[in-house]
Design a protein around this ligand. Structure first.
Ligand code: SF4
Length: 257
């Protein structure tokens, strides 16, 4: 199914009548749709031989997470760990890696993914970590901060989400700056003093090689409070944009709760 998904544009435009490219890929895999029904794909005449039932969206995500877990299990984690900023260990003869997701410890063991010491049941968290691992890093972090729309083929809903997230952050920051800054510190952020003037600027790691920069400007007589989020220009090498959007959403929920 993932092979089909990777070939689709990934824009989730819904022109095929499905809610997302992932949902469409599952139906192609289950021979319920043809890949040519996506208007952006040429008809290759192919159809999957598998005949898997298609259930709820959560079933779909769980299915994809399991496929990705299998792929990661067959990856040489020892070689990958240094490229993605993870620690490597062999436990009971099985390769294991540890990394921080939004400053929370994550461990990939033979039993699956553990987040904060507990077995992770969240399919989106699993997909994010597995996609990060299976991409194997390989691109240096550039130090160039960019907005989501810098990346080609970023789904429009993710660009829209960035705007919503920035507005939510600005509003939360404006209402109670002290506790907001404390929550950012809990997420592992460090204050930055860059060249662009802002009332508050901090950096934190969404994942070890995916830094995020947050800049906040307080309201004044002329303008309301505003906030801007930037990621490193290498971010799309480390994570699919769909997963990057979900990861930023998780961060925003964590600090505006
Ligand atoms: S029409 Fe194609 S690009 Fe749009 S959601 Fe469907 S599969 Fe994705």
């Amino acid at each position: 199914m993932l092979e089909i998904y990777k070939r689709l544009p990934g824009t989730n435009c819904k022109k095929c009548g499905e809610t997302s490219c992932m949902a469409f890929a599952l139906k192609v895999k289950a021979v319920q749709r043809r890949i040519s029904e996506c208007p952006y794909m040429a008809d290759t005449g192919e159809a999957s031989s598998a005949n898997e039932p298609v259930g709820s969206a959560e079933d779909s995500y769980s299915h994809v997470a399991n496929e990705m877990e299998e792929e990661v299990r067959n990856t040489d984690l020892k070689g990958v760990a240094p490229a993605i900023g993870a620690d490597f260990e062999v436990v009971d003869g099985v390769q294991c890696i540890r990394l921080a997701l939004l400053n929370r410890p994550c461990e990939l063991r033979k039993e699956g993914l553990f987040e904060g010491g507990e077995q992770c049941r969240d399919s989106w968290v699993k997909m994010i970590v597995y996609d990060y691992v299976r991409r194997k890093g390989g691109a240096p972090v550039t130090g160039d901060w960019v907005a989501f729309d810098h990346f080609p083929r970023t789904p429009s809903h993710i660009k829209a989400f960035q705007k919503t997230a920035e507005d939510e952050l600005a509003s939360a920051f404006d209402q109670d700056r002290a506790s907001f800054e404390a929550r950012l510190v809990q997420q592992g952020s460090t204050q930055e003093h860059g060249q662009i003037r802002a009332d508050y600027s901090c950096r934190l790691d969404l994942l070890p090689r995916i830094p995020l920069l947050l800049r906040f400007w307080a309201a004044d007589d002329e303008f309301p409070a505003s906030c801007k989020l930037f990621v490193d220009s290498s971010a799309n090498q480390y994570l699919d944009m769909e997963f990057l959007g979900h990861l930023v959403e998780k961060f925003v929920k964590g600090v505006t709760r």
